[in-house]
Ligand binder design. Structure first.
Ligand SMILES: Nc1nc2c(ncn2[C@@H]2O[C@H](COP(=O)(O)OP(=O)(O)OP(=O)(O)O)[C@@H](O)[C@H]2O)c(=O)[nH]1
Length: 512
């Protein structure tokens, strides 16, 4: 499936850079050069190797709250303030930069971790952002993915504005990939990410959170694991979206149809990806062995070796037990997609159906689509599984609970599934506790992440705004714009993007 990639902030820039490199390494050309990176600080651009320079857009360089340099003697004049959270007090003590040295947030280049400043920068620089977005050729791609660290001021603040902007002008789906901060990162990062998720779920067509906490494998500081995590992300995203994009070298009647990826993600909400690989016996992958098996003349046990079906079943079982990009209860998924990549000689129709059946059984959903990616010379089979609209996600409950404990949300507004859950059986006022992860907006309404729920309905003139995450997504189709809504022809307004923290947002206690 052709996919435009837009990295935002440091994490977004690094991950998109890795994705573009992986595209070239694997020959799965799925972006067609439709790649951009936006940042409020230039330093992450210095690290890029694969995103062309002209595709890296620095914004906010004239904004009064943006620091472009890392100054050892930075004074308080550049500090920002969010409802009781002094930027000086925020992520500095627990977040370290990639060189391992701690820096105060006033010394951090960019928006200093403040999503309100990020959103303000993006709104101010919207004309420049729109010019850059115009370089994405929507006729060449089937969807666009915005990639960002949701705990970042730039990632969450600028990222949400860009997703919203794309939704206004693109007819094709807009997905978001958002990195969740590790538990060792500051409360500020957790708050920003909790808000960011609540903003993106109703805004994007599907959100792929990637959990730095799970993927850091206990390593501290988490930035020592960035490269490994980014590799894991790239392998899974390229394995999913790039699967049908290699020049066909071998025919297959079961070949993955890019439309199936889009169809699987149509249910919206949160998506997670699992992936596992097994090495296969090369001596059984010959044309003759394949022919004999197809004709039913081969010994099904192949001299003691596993059958295709048994291998695929074992592989899919491994995926079900493997680390997912977003750890979740897979039985809460709405739809799943299985992609088998490997030599056609090793993936029989029976194997294929066995894998699909196992997924149906284990997820409890009948909506399992499947396809293969024929790789005639491969000596491995890889199973990539997409779980769409997963609704039981402990890690997101934890983030919401941490944000609530830190005072960002009113406890009475929470509907998370964890210890802080006030919506349980005893709660007469809350929604029925279904065990699902539920996000709560600042007005006290619930935003169930199950997009099958009626809480969030796309409307004729765009996306209904439940004002989640404090981001005022406003209404589409109002004045003040040089863009028009492709559906209605109305002008699309430049909207305000406000990250509102409640009065009792954390002060100095925010520091972890
Ligand atoms: N997996 C991964 N996570 C990252 C990477 N870089 C940053 N992060 C995480 O992403 C979140 C946001 O960090 P940044 O991307 O540095 O922040 P930003 O969006 O540039 O915005 P600022 O807060 O203004 O620096 C944090 O939770 C980081 O731990 C990366 O390369 N890989």
């Amino acid at each position: 499936m052709k996919l435009a990639l837009i990295g935002v902030g440091d994490a977004g820039t690094r991950i998109v850079d890795r994705l573009v490199a992986a595209e070239a390494e694997t020959g799965r050309w799925f972006t067609e050069g439709n790649v951009l990176a936006f940042n409020t600080a230039a330093h992450a651009f210095d690290e890029t190797e694969s995103i062309p320079d002209e595709r890296q857009v620095l914004i906010g360089d004239t904004h009064p709250d943006v620091t472009q340099r890392v100054a050892a003697d930075a004074d308080d004049t550049s500090s920002t303030h969010v409802d009781g959270v002094d930027a000086d007090d925020t992520e500095a003590a627990s977040d370290s930069d990639r060189d391992g040295s701690d820096k105060s947030s006033t010394e951090r280049p960019g928006v200093g971790g403040d999503p309100e400043v990020g959103a303000d920068v993006a709104t101010t620089d919207l004309p420049e952002i729109r010019r850059a977005l115009d370089s994405i050729d929507e006729t060449e791609v089937a969807a666009t993915m915005v990639v960002a660290g949701l705990g970042g001021g730039t990632g969450a603040g600028v990222g949400s504005v860009i997703v919203e902007e794309l939704q206004a002008v693109h007819e094709s789906p807009v997905y978001a990939l958002g990195v969740l901060p590790a538990s060792t990162e500051s409360d500020r990062r957790a708050l920003t990410a909790a808000r960011g998720i609540r903003t993106l779920v109703p805004l994007a067509d599907a959100v792929f959170p990637v959990d730095n906490e799970a993927w850091r494998h206990g390593v501290e500081p988490v930035d020592e694991r960035y490269d490994a995590i980014n590799d894991a992300i790239a392998t899974r995203i390229v394995g999913l979206f790039g699967a049908g994009e290699r020049a066909p070298t071998s025919p297959s009647e079961m070949r993955i149809d890019p439309a199936d990826i889009r169809r699987t993600l149509e249910v919206g909400g949160l998506a997670s990806i699992g992936r596992e690989t097994v090495t296969i016996e090369t001596d059984s992958s010959g044309l003759m062995a394949r022919l004999l098996r197809l004709l039913g003349l081969a010994d099904d046990t192949r001299g003691g070796q596993e059958t295709d079906a048994a291998t695929v079943k074992r592989l899919v079982q491994q995926v079900l037990n493997a680390e997912l990009t977003l750890p979740c209860d897979i039985t809460s998924t709405d739809r799943a997609l299985l992609i088998l990549s490997g030599p056609p000689s090793a993936i029989s129709r029976k194997g294929f159906e066995t894998g699909r059946y196992l997924l149906e059984e284990e997820t409890g959903t009948v909506e399992v689509l499947a396809g293969d990616e024929p790789l005639p010379d491969a000596s491995t089979i890889t199973a990539t599984v997409l779980f769409a609209n997963v609704t039981t996600v402990p890690r997101i409950d934890e983030l919401q609970a941490r944000a609530t404990a830190a005072g960002a949300f009113e406890p009475s507004e929470t509907g998370t599934d964890g210890a802080e859950d006030t919506g349980g059986a005893e709660d007469t006022g809350g929604a029925e506790d279904t065990g699902d992860t539920t996000l709560t907006d600042t007005d006290g309404g619930t935003v169930d992440i199950d997009r099958g729920d009626d809480d969030i309905e796309p409307t004729d003139d765009g996306i209904e705004s439940p004002n989640v995450g404090g981001t005022d997504v406003g209404e589409r189709g109002t004045a003040d714009s040089d863009k028009t809504d492709p559906d209605t022809g109305d002008a699309v307004a430049a909207r305000d993007h406000e990250f509102e923290f409640t009065d009792d947002a954390p002060g100095e206690d925010a520091e972890k």
